[in-house]
Design a protein around this ligand. Structure first.
Ligand SMILES: CC(C)(COP(=O)(O)OP(=O)(O)OC[C@H]1O[C@@H](n2cnc3c(N)ncnc32)[C@H](O)[C@@H]1OP(=O)(O)O)[C@@H](O)C(=O)NCCC(=O)NCCS
Length: 161
């Protein structure tokens, strides 16, 4: 599937809302939260757009003043577009965008039961360093993971998970 990556615009709010509905069972953003994210100066929203202009993935980075750590605040790929390398491509582009903004470290939280996302993060060089009990609305715990942005990806992708 051909797709391009571009920055999110306020007009993408509905498309992101619908994408979130397809991607997450709980802890989804409201339209209001998404509208806010799409206009925040301290956020970068990167969208993957298919040939027919459908938004098939997105990730949001948040930045704090005087901090070299960026946070991956949201990240998902449309179920119909998964398993084709888009998640990895989007994550690589997000890392580059964070580096471009001067960040030296990327931080994220992931559900402890989300093996696919955790596997991808590990193979991309993220390290789980903190367990967060009862982190999500349904009581699921999270792993906090981070990556130094100059760090290489794990050398052996097959055995790293
Ligand atoms: C996590 C997610 C973004 C991955 O997107 P994707 O486009 O399928 O990712 P890719 O095709 O680039 O695959 C990434 C890796 O996961 C592996 N993978 C993908 N789907 C898989 C599956 N169902 N089972 C096992 N491995 C899988 C791929 O083989 C690939 O391995 P590699 O790193 O060795 O290349 C996607 O599954 C998703 O949106 N999940 C729901 C939302 C979510 O969990 N977001 C993360 C919140 S922290």
């Amino acid at each position: 599937m051909l797709r391009t990556l571009r920055r999110g615009l306020p007009a993408d709010c509905d498309a992101l809302y619908q994408l979130e509905e397809r991607c997450f069972d709980s802890d989804r953003f409201s339209r209001r939260q998404l509208a806010h994210l799409l206009t925040r100066a301290n956020a970068i929203n990167l969208l993957a757009v298919a040939e027919d202009q459908r938004v098939v993935g997105y990730g949001t980075l948040l930045f704090r003043r005087n901090s070299a750590t960026a946070r991956l605040y949201s990240f998902c790929v449309d179920p119909a577009a998964r398993g084709t390398g888009l998640g990895r491509e989007l994550l690589q582009a997000l890392e580059k965008a964070a580096q471009g903004r001067g960040s030296q470290r990327l931080l994220l939280e992931v559900r402890a039961d989300n093996r696919v996302a955790m596997g991808l993060y590990r193979r991309m060089g993220f390290i789980a360093h903190r367990w967060l009990d009862d982190y999500y609305a349904d009581g699921c715990a999270a792993w906090q993971m981070d990556k130094r942005l100059d760090a290489p990806e794990a050398p052996d992708a097959a055995s790293a998970d």
